[in-house]
Ligand binder design. Structure first.
Ligand code: SAH
Ligand code: SF4
Ligand code: F3S
Length: 504
């Protein structure tokens, strides 16, 4: 684990531009010699915070002359953006990294690793020792260091097999000015704050992402406006605990720094936006002011993700969550009366060290009362450096698996019942594109964040009139980014099926 006091080195905005220019020279020569642009492939693990960092990395690579590659094998640069939140995220990364060994020939593709795992010495050392064909490693949230890493790598002799370690480097400047490459231009991820101050006893995030840092209100609003001008209909405001937005600014003397509720209301007023989403809300910080804004502003999503983690007050105390089940259920009641039909989703951890049958039953009771519309359920995973990891006993694994199964079965019943309520109704859906499983079916999300698959025709791809005003838009039935009306015909646990009844 790297300590907060580890000395950091900083790249100024001017140096960032210089590094971009160096790599651009290299890509120009590449294009001149081969006739093609060099390609990149980014594999992203973990949360939306990482998705956002990968969008920035892709934007910077595009700016330097790279283009997306179809696969790691077919690309000149391969990047891994890692997550450390549970053991299976670590393991999947190592599996993917290992599978690159046979395809790496003559120093190609270049391989870079960044993200949360690279904020922990144990993983940095493992990569350097076992996977010495990795060219460079960076920390988390360090898109501004990427051009430096590439310039160093491209200018050095890559047959020497040493990994360039830039995990102590950070970039200066706000992200608003960075280029960004969005796979779905109608959806924009906007980071409002980084880091976390909560230190839940099971969680690695505060150790990998550092303390809470709110971005400036003006920058967030400007970035959101720009995204909407470029076609974004759905904005997702990101932070590990969005409800504490601005606390650090206020502590530093900006006494009038706006609250999250104010920020959310402002973003919801941007003309052209269909929905503003936000995650994650910590139950201890969900204010009445925010609930009031949710009540009044129709463009704020009819959904909230509110992680419960456990329904046992004893376990919640040991998790250092700083609320109890009564407080949580009170929030559920307030939210349901503030917004008719709001969906409430949650995260639950099963098998937290010391969890008894009684604790587990308490979680089921809270689930019965809350009637979650969906839940992400996790088996507790010990994370080195967190207090709970020292309390972990492997011997309970079998019992914990049985509890997990019971919990998932109960949640599936609740999710299905929630989705069934929509059968026969017409709902608005923001079109994302083809369904992942079937290329003849379209898919999208409702305002309350349900996944809908429906029949229809996708006839032209997304074009932004702002960015490419001369582009001819062919008359179409449905475009990515359209909001359409869908009749729901049948409901499943994870999604709804329906048919398009009207093109907007
Ligand atoms: N900041 C967010 C999300 C953090 S990580 C929040 O506070 O809700 C996403 C989820 O991963 C958490 O809500 C938690 O349910 C789960 N999680 C985190 N650490 C875990 C661990 N060590 N074992 C199992 N699940 C974990
Ligand atoms: Fe982890 Fe808790 Fe922070 Fe969420 S609030 S990131 S679970 S420490
Ligand atoms: Fe994972 Fe880091 Fe996000 S540990 S969940 S990628 S903040």
């Amino acid at each position: 684990m790297k300590s907060e006091c580890d000395e950091k080195k900083y790249i100024t905005e001017h140096e960032f531009d210089e590094h971009i220019a160096i790599v651009k020279d290299w890509t120009d020569t590449f294009i001149h010699d081969t006739g093609d642009a060099p390609t990149y492939y980014i594999r992203t693990f973990g949360c939306q915070q990482n998705d956002r960092d990968s969008e920035l990395a892709a934007g910077i690579l595009e700016e330097m002359g790279f283009r997306p590659g179809a696969s790691p094998e077919a690309s000149d640069v391969v990047l891994f953006n890692t997550c450390s939140v549970r053991a299976n995220a670590d393991n999947r990364f190592y599996g993917h990294l290992g599978s690159l060994k046979p395809i790496r020939k003559g120093g190609r593709p270049l391989i870079g690793v960044f993200g949360c795992m690279m904020e922990q010495d144990i993983h940095v050392n493992a990569v350097k020792r076992t996977f010495n064909y990795v060219d460079f490693i960076l920390g988390a949230g360090t898109a501004r260091v990427l051009p430096y890493a590439l310039s160093q790598t491209l200018l050095s002799d890559r047959t020497k097999r040493n990994t360039i370690d830039l995990t102590d480097w950070r970039g200066l400047g706000d992200d608003t000015s960075l280029p960004v490459w969005r796979a779905d231009p109608h959806r924009a991820l906007v980071t409002i704050m980084t880091g976390c101050n909560n230190f839940c006893s099971y969680c690695i995030v505060p150790h990998t992402r550092g303390r809470e840092q709110s971005r400036s209100y003006e920058m967030i609003v400007e970035e959101s406006r720009r995204a909407v001008a470029c076609g974004a209909k759905d904005i997702m405001l990101l932070g590990q605990n969005v409800n504490s937005y601005g606390n650090d600014l206020r502590r530093r003397g900006e006494v009038d720094a706006p609250t999250f509720a104010t920020l959310l209301r402002e973003i919801s007023h941007i003309e052209g936006l269909w929905v503003v989403r936000y995650m994650t809300s910590h139950p201890k910080d969900l204010s009445d002011e925010l609930i009031e804004v949710i009540r009044r502003e129709p463009r704020i999503e009819s959904h909230i993700h509110l992680p419960l983690q456990s329904g046992s007050d004893r376990v919640l105390r040991r998790m250092n969550r700083r609320y109890d089940s009564a407080h949580y259920l009170n929030l559920v009641r307030k939210l349901r009366s503030a917004r008719d039909g709001i969906t409430i989703t949650t995260d639950l951890i099963v098998g937290f060290p010391g969890e008894t049958e009684e604790d587990f039953e308490a979680t089921l009771r809270v689930m019965e009362e809350a009637q979650f519309d969906a839940a992400f359920t996790f088996l507790y995973s010990p994370r080195v450096g967190t207090p709970a990891a020292d309390w972990y006993e492997e011997s309970h694994e079998e019992i914990v698996r049985k509890r997990f199964q019971r919990l998932v079965e109960y949640q599936n019943e609740c999710s299905l019942a929630s989705n069934k309520k929509l059968e026969g109704q017409v709902v608005e859906v923001l079109v994302d594109g083809f369904s992942r499983r079937d290329e003849t079916i379209l898919s999208g999300r409702t305002h309350d964040d349900r996944l809908v698959n429906f029949s229809g025709l996708l006839t032209s791809s997304f074009t932004c009139q702002e960015c490419s005003p001369n582009e001819v838009v062919v008359p179409h039935e449905v475009n990515r980014g359209d909001v359409v009306q869908v009749l729901i015909e049948s409901a499943g646990i994870y999604s709804l099926d329906g048919k398009l009844i009207q093109d907007n």
